[in-house]
Ligand binder design. Structure first.
Ligand SMILES: *Cc1c(COP(=O)(O)O)cnc(C)c1O
Length: 386
């Protein structure tokens, strides 16, 4: 029995080695504080939990749901896009419900990538674009370097690839915490239209932002609807990563392709989860998120300050992100080596190289631990240079 070639093309999981060492240490009774996983520690807001209890108790909410999402869910998404970004999307043809945006990203590539097609993928990045998107669909990932001096935005002028058919972008960005602005988004849309490239814009962290910064939608750019699809998720917005509810909005042909693939592979997210997500989206008033969500972001912001002080104290450079719950810390040199050193003092951080070749020299810390744990971790980290 042999795996299919496309499975064998997936690069070895670089975090596996880290996990193995962490397991060993835990088994030896060593207490580890982990900033490794990008999964919120805070619970969903109480109104979401109330909605879940109610909607799950409704016997009418347990049948198959339509692959593209229930009509009322798509309507609510359309209203939310209008309120939050001022964008019109047709709930009939320009919205699809997703069982998490991860499957949406991969299935979008499945719908539009032919064997050998090039897929432009940032490096460092969320591994799904290169693996689930390009490689599992027999496409070829072509990496676009995200450099600090370019605010972790790809330099599209240097990307000249006649075989490129799709491009993934993600801002607010995992793992760098960088954000985009409309000038860059316009450049990206123009680049996609000039080169016949499908633009997949991953906006999973649009609601996890700090201070005055408000993340834009790609559709705030003229012409984006001709070339782009945008992915949103309730995972990070409402702290419901395990509930698997997200959505794609955008160009009707792209949404149609995505639904054609999905209708052969899965059925829609459960009706009760769609109803819970609808209550979440409707908690926005005049495009503004409810106090519960603002409180979560304020918590991440406080944690970020504590962790950054600790990192800077040991000479690791980092800047306050405008979005996402990650600190992208510049450790320099071999990031695997540096994370092993951290492991030795009981702290888990993700080596940047795990997000792609150009993540080398950095570590990613998730702000998904209480402040007390972060303080304790900072004390431990102070020992590594001693
Ligand atoms: C967490 C995350 C998502 C969301 O994934 P879901 O499948 O919706 O839970 C999407 N993109 C990035 C970059 C992420 O970090």
């Amino acid at each position: 029995m042999d795996f299919a070639d496309r499975i064998k093309r997936i690069p070895p999981y670089l975090f596996a080695e880290m996990e193995r060492i962490a397991q060993e240490k835990r088994r030896a009774g060593i207490d580890l504080i982990s900033f490794g996983i990008g999964d919120p520690d805070l619970p969903p807001p109480e109104f979401i939990l109330d909605a879940l209890r109610e909607e799950a108790a409704n016997p009418g909410n347990h049948g198959y749901s339509s692959s593209k999402g229930e009509p009322e869910f798509r309507n609510t998404v359309s209203e939310w896009m209008k309120g939050r970004f001022g964008i019109d999307v047709d709930p009939e043809t320009e919205v699809a419900a997703l069982i998490g945006s991860k499957e949406g990203l991969a299935n979008m590539a499945r719908a539009f990538i032919n064997p050998g097609d090039h897929v432009l993928v940032p490096s460092p990045a969320y591994p799904v674009y290169a693996n689930g998107g390009a490689l599992l669909n027999d496409g070829v990932p072509i990496f676009m370097r995200l450099l600090e001096e370019n605010r972790f935005l790809p330099n599209l002028e240097t990307v000249a690839d006649p075989h490129a058919r799709m491009m993934f972008l993600n801002y607010p960005n995992n793992p760098t915490g960088a954000v985009s602005d409309k000038a860059f988004l316009k450049e990206a849309v123009d680049f996609a239209s000039d080169n016949g490239i499908i633009l997949c814009y991953d906006n999973a962290y649009s609601e996890v932002t700090y201070g005055a910064y408000k993340a834009p939608s790609i559709f705030e750019i003229d012409g984006a609807k001709d070339v782009a699809v945008e992915f949103h998720s309730c995972s990070k917005t409402f702290n419901m990563t395990g509930d698997r509810i997200a959505f794609a909005v955008g160009n009707g042909k792209l949404i149609d392709g995505l639904i054609r693939v999905k209708s052969q592979i899965d059925s829609g997210p459960s009706k009760y989860i769609q109803h819970v997500a609808m209550r979440g989206l409707r908690s926005y008033v005049g495009g503004k998120s409810p106090a519960e969500l603002q409180k979560v972001n304020a918590t991440y912001q406080r944690r970020a300050k504590v962790l950054m002080d600790g990192l800077q104290a040991i000479g690791v450079e980092c800047t306050m992100p405008k979005g996402t719950f990650y600190i992208w810390a510049k450790c320099g040199g071999d990031s695997m080596e540096f994370s092993r050193k951290l492991l030795d003092v009981g702290v888990v951080a993700t080596p940047g190289v795990g997000f792609g070749e150009h993540g080398e020299g950095y570590l990613r810390f998730s702000l998904t631990k209480p402040t007390d744990d972060i303080k304790k971790a900072c004390e431990r980290m102070a020992r590594i240079n001693a």
